[in-house]
Design a protein around this ligand. Structure first.
Ligand code: ZN
Ligand code: ZN
Length: 162
């Protein structure tokens, strides 16, 4: 599940979450640094589904800087139906490879590649709020506060991929 949020105050836009690949044996996660707002990514790939996690490889990636906006665009299906979509101002080539390692490591051990801070990366599920809610910037009334500036933010999508 990948969720995307936009703060119009800082401003800041980010994706956070996790999904399994349908065409590879692995998964990818989106993390965000709560100090500088930079998105990070953990890609995990195994050679085959029967391999254990220890034989897999993790690639740790980061965007060069925080994303400040995401564009709303209208697209058309081949049948002419218009639908709304979001277009991020970065592509696959913009992700910097920070490091790679064998197996898995808890992301809580990682430092932010941009600001260098340790322990500031959050995932969709970790850490939780004191009430057990996630992500950690969710309020008990199901609104969200920006993890950087604490102003109210909106969720623009919540996608369950496979
Ligand atoms: Zn903000
Ligand atoms: Zn940072």
């Amino acid at each position: 599940m990948i969720q995307a949020f936009v703060c119009t105050h800082c401003p800041l836009a980010f994706e956070i979450g996790w999904y399994s690949y349908w065409d590879f044996d692995g998964d990818t996660g989106r993390l965000v640094c709560v100090r500088c707002g930079t998105m990070h990514r953990l890609d995990f790939l195994k050679k085959s589904a029967s391999d254990s996690d220890e034989t897999g490889t993790t690639t740790y990636l980061a965007l060069p800087e925080p994303v400040r906006k995401v564009s709303r665009v209208f697209k058309e299906t081949i049948l002419g139906d218009r639908f709304q979509d979001y277009e991020w101002p970065f592509g696959e080539d913009d992700w910097l490879t920070v490091s790679t390692w064998s197996g898995r490591r808890p992301f809580t051990e990682l430092s932010c590649n941009r600001c260098g801070e340790h322990g500031t990366l959050i995932s969709l599920g970790l850490p939780k709020t004191s009430e057990g809610l996630w992500p950690v910037f969710r309020q008990h009334d199901n609104t969200y506060l920006c993890p950087l500036c604490s102003n109210p933010i909106g969720m623009i999508y919540d996608e369950t991929i496979n």
